[in-house]
Design a protein around this ligand. Sequence first.
Ligand SMILES: Cc1cc2nc3c(=O)[nH]c(=O)nc-3n(C[C@H](O)[C@H](O)[C@H](O)COP(=O)(O)OP(=O)(O)OC[C@H]3O[C@@H](n4cnc5c(N)ncnc54)[C@H](O)[C@@H]3O)c2cc1C
Length: 395
Amino acid sequence: MFAPSKRAAQSALEDFLPKAGTDYAADRNSDYGPNRHHNVSTLSPWIRTRMLTEWAIIQSVLEEHSEKSAAKFIDEVCWRTYWKGWLQLRPAVWEEYLSARAILLEEYSGHLGYEKAIAGETGIDCFDAWATELAETGYLHNHARMWAASIWIHTLKLPWELGADWFLRHLLDGDAASNTLSWRWVAGLHTLGKSYLATTGNIQKYTSGRFSVNRRLATAPIPVPESTPPSIRPLSKLVQPGTEGRIGLLLTEDDLSASDWLPQRFSVDAVSGFLPSTAYKELGIDEKVIDFRRACLAERSGADLFESIDPFIDWCTSRKLSTVLMAEPPVGLWTTTLPVIKTRLFEEGIELLPQRHWWDEIFYPKATHGFFRFKQAIPSALKIIKEPAMTETHV
Ligand SMILES: Cc1cc2nc3c(=O)[nH]c(=O)nc-3n(C[C@H](O)[C@H](O)[C@H](O)COP(=O)(O)OP(=O)(O)OC[C@H]3O[C@@H](n4cnc5c(N)ncnc54)[C@H](O)[C@@H]3O)c2cc1C
């Protein structure tokens, strides 16, 4: 279903474009089951690596639909940016999730309810079907993710962190921000006290009668512990490279589009890719997810693709680089690897300078409150997309 290539991504986008307007707005909530997700885009695995970018997708959509007809789809694409900006401003939320996850994995080792849930053997027909679909395809419809997370947290009474861990291991689009923060939202932690509760009627209505939902689902959410909202850390100030010396480009699986936009801004002498596979393995990410990301990255970086630090440093020194540029990695799997690479390069007299695309530059600072305040930035982004000359001044 998902091939790790630009060609496959582009073809999936072209198939979806005619449906991205009012059809999507009217029918996007229905989950027709495995391999029948024709009412949504299923572009998320490619968007995750920015093999397809938010701005290019929206530009294509606006060539076929008016802004008004495509408003719902544009909003959904921007939800991803909202979550990414929100976590970028609050990196402690990811650290806290990782600590809780480590403790809970020990505590729940051998726990029958947990083992049955991740194996899709709870006896709840819909939940077990979604667990199977997730394991087999690496994809779930948005509504199925919401229902599954709600049943996990409120009916099965399992910790949300272990549910987020389960999804992150299998989703081809698995993303630290969208996944962790959506699970927090279902648990009632994002907007304090506002949890998401799946109901039998809603599941039956939007799954075209595929499930009887053969167990009584929770009718009240689990209580949310008192807590103060996580504090905001300003975005890092980015440094531009000087005019002297050779520049290398480090591509990551978080933003493959940097192979387009960074060379437009700076003169790049050499390109390589790096997949932090140690971090992936530490989080137990499924091999098929790692293979997908690796293959996407390899298509852009060519042969100079690294997964451990020493050979990458050797590559930088052999190319006589004085600067390495990269798209600023979002909070997530790169968080532990980035400082190590930076220090090792510094020891070789090479500067590592992350840069931010105009899309992230416009949106991230706006993720201070809820989505409705955040989305006020959408018109400025659409203006840049519609006027390519303005794009050039922002790349
Ligand atoms: C518990 C839970 C966990 C999730 N985990 C992830 C995750 O790890 N990675 C991920 O990309 N999305 C995640 N989502 C969001 C959403 O479910 C998926 O992005 C969407 O289902 C992908 O399918 P699609 O490409 O067909 O979406 P479409 O409906 O076609 O939307 C187009 C694109 O917009 C973005 N998008 C749409 N809805 C959302 C949303 N609610 N939040 C963030 N982005 C959105 C995605 O990039 C998506 O590809 C999660 C949602 C929930 C409730």
